[in-house]
Design a protein around this ligand. Sequence first.
Ligand code: C2E
Ligand code: MG
Ligand code: MG
Length: 631
Amino acid sequence: MEAEHDLSPPTGGTSAAADAVASLLSSARELPEDIRDTLERVATDLRRTEGELGSVVARYRALVEQIPAIVYIDVADDSMATTYVSPQIETLLGITPEEYTSDPHLWTRHLHPEDRDRALEEYVRGRESGEPFTYEYRLIAEDGHIVWVRDSATTVRAADGTAAFIHGVMLDVTDAREAEEHAAFVSYHDHLTGLPNRAMFEEYLDLAIARARRADDAVAVMMIDVDDFKLVNDSLGHEAGDALIAELAVRLREATRDTDLVSRQGGDEFLLLLADLEKTTASGMPNATDGGTLIAESVATRIHEALRAPFELGETEVYVTASIGIALFPQHAADATQLLRDADTAMYRSKQMAPGGYSIYADGAQDMLGKLSLSTRLRKAVENQNWELHYQPIVDLVEGSMKGVEALIRWNDPNGGLVPPGEFIPLAEEMGLIEAIGDWVVNELARQGAAWRAEGLELELSFNLSPRQLWQPEVGNRITERIEAANIDPRRILVEITETAAMTDPDRTLRVLRDLRARGLRVALDDFGTGYSSLSRLRDLPVDVLKVDRSFVRDVSSQPANGSMVQAIVQLAHALGMTPLAEGIETQDDWLFLVERGCRLGQGYFFSRPVVAEDIMARHRRSAIALVEPA
Ligand code: C2E
Ligand code: MG
Ligand code: MG
């Protein structure tokens, strides 16, 4: 049996026959001439046939062993023994043909566990059918990697019609299989997050609804929409937006069970499918919330919790909320299309009423418009740039003239009038919105400064930098770019940072301030006296102006303690080569006291409250007239 399937050159067979004839010829010399001739011809023919067969076998062997496929011959019985396998088996599985043919269970053992039963079944069925058969399965190579194989085999029958051998060819189709799987994956998945896409979601939803109908269960669909996503895109760029979406996908997956389907529907919208939910309540009370709704609500809460921690986008931390709409089958809708529409409606309602929350679909209850949360209003303000800059004059206390202005931001909130910075700057910092706001401030100040100059008013322009902006990597660059674009001399700009911010990380502050100064900008230490500067730190800080905090300036003239403090700070500033500036001068007595103590600059309600830009211009015109007119 073996010899028939060994494709190596024959060693027995024809050459043995030729040798037998030759020995017959030599031993029987007395044979009649004609028989002898015949025998000699037979011997010659046999030798030729042997040669020809040898070359045919060699040609077959070359063919079989060089094609990029594995040829095998199995015995067609339950032993499944392999009598021949071409050497390519070694490339495919890392097993030599000798190992393969010596162990009839080797193939079975290398079958992928998930494909084993099916492949064995198909092999036996194919063998029994007698028809050529083709099937695909995975094999695990010796080194553990998985190969996909397309196996095409035919049963070869013996003369009596019984199955004798199985001749087969195995092709490595791993690449094709992977490409196919990838294509299927791509058409059903979102490439940014790797989550199932809308198409896949809808297929699953249809199945889930069909199942729920049969089992009298419920299905919940949740539409999750990021609040003010556009803002992140606009202020931080599309890459940051993409990074946020990808991270959101991870958090949504983590906040849900493996059996829940999270899908990205596009943009900043996600869909969540909760299937096989209990329709009835455990209590069985007629008006009690049903089990499905309860689960959906608890998932919504989990999602909100998962979004609570800030998202790290490069150097920036962003706080994100999402509004969620919930709709259930069969409570709200009878089919997938309607269910999706209801979830969408509920999501919009949630956004209108209380962004960052969730709402369950309810017919006809769409007219309730609640008050927007502060954080949502603030995001909207950033989006619409609902800001105003007011300017407070900085006065030369000796001459009484306006040297400059400090820009102070106000939020023009459609719901609540002008909101002072103390009420929204801390929240904006926490929400990661301060960079966008700060950029607006510098832009607007530069624009206004250029407009004033065009009207003949050259002022020193101060603005406040929040601690977070101070740690922005490119803060100096961002400021100078805008200042230079407006053609403003950086030496006219005074960047104010609070003493507290400066001392949080003095080494870092030192580097930032040096950078600002190297760009020609000037620096003021704001609210001085409220932080905890050590004198040695203060000495090293490259600061031009020391702004004495309002709390010390108030009632300097009448409160001896305040008076001595202010005097000490003014002297300290001089000693360090800085210019003292008193904030919050409210009375003439305060003013005179400060002048006497050598404080040359100040600001406060006594001179002017922060006012709009036109008022600064009007004030300038008045003082110009006052100078021309005789006193
Ligand atoms: P600040 O930089 O110390 O600004 C001075 C604050 O004192 C201003 O309050 C101003 O209106 C107020 N003020 C001036 N003179 C007097 C006075 O005589 N009496 C009294 N009682 N108050 C006076 P405002 O505008 O409410 O600003 C508060 C703080 O908000 C500012 O303190 C500053 O730290 C911050 N801020 C203002 N604008 C911005 C901004 O554009 N960006 C950042 N990051 N912070 C800002
Ligand atoms: Mg200030
Ligand atoms: Mg201040």
